[in-house]
Design a protein around this ligand. Structure first.
Ligand SMILES: C[C@H](O)[C@H](O)[C@H]1CNC2=NC(N)=NC(=O)C2=N1
Length: 133
């Protein structure tokens, strides 16, 4: 079992977040990120994807789930604050949930279309051209 990493200060976090996790903030002493979706089925897919990453990491967020949004809140319970573990899992969540193949110049994958509202999935902060918003 790894020893609990050191709790990061608010100052350290405020200087690192804009560079490392620009879509994340600090709310009530936890890293916070809201993912907006097209509706309940998409919401549950996002919840399950985050759930997989958390279990694989053995580091778990608190999630608030509503019809078209998932709020992710991260802190290290054993350390009593935000640590490198939270930053690392937040980064992985951002990579995986925020993944839009259409933004990768050499990707052969087209990504979720927005031509048909019924196909919409995640409402990205910066939607790819032709992608879902
Ligand atoms: C019970 C306890 O939460 C677990 O042993 C592990 C796994 N997941 C965890 N997740 C988080 N966020 N903090 C922890 O300290 C932690 N500890």
């Amino acid at each position: 079992m790894n020893p609990s990493p050191a709790v990061l200060s608010e100052e350290q976090l405020r200087s690192r977040l804009p560079l490392e996790l620009p879509h994340w903030s600090i709310e009530h002493g936890r890293l916070f990120r809201r993912w907006r979706t097209s509706g309940w089925k998409s919401t549950l897919m996002v919840v399950n994807a985050i759930g997989h990453l958390a279990e694989a990491a053995w580091h778990h967020p608190d999630l608030s789930v509503s019809y078209a949004a998932v709020d992710v809140k991260l802190s290290t319970h054993s350390a009593g604050g935000i640590t490198e573990k939270d930053l690392a899992l937040a980064s992985k969540i951002e990579q995986v949930i925020g993944w839009q193949p259409a933004l990768e110049p050499d990707s052969v994958l087209e990504g979720t279309p927005n031509s048909d509202p019924r196909l919409r999935y995640i409402r990205y902060d910066t939607p790819a051209p032709g992608g879902t918003d």
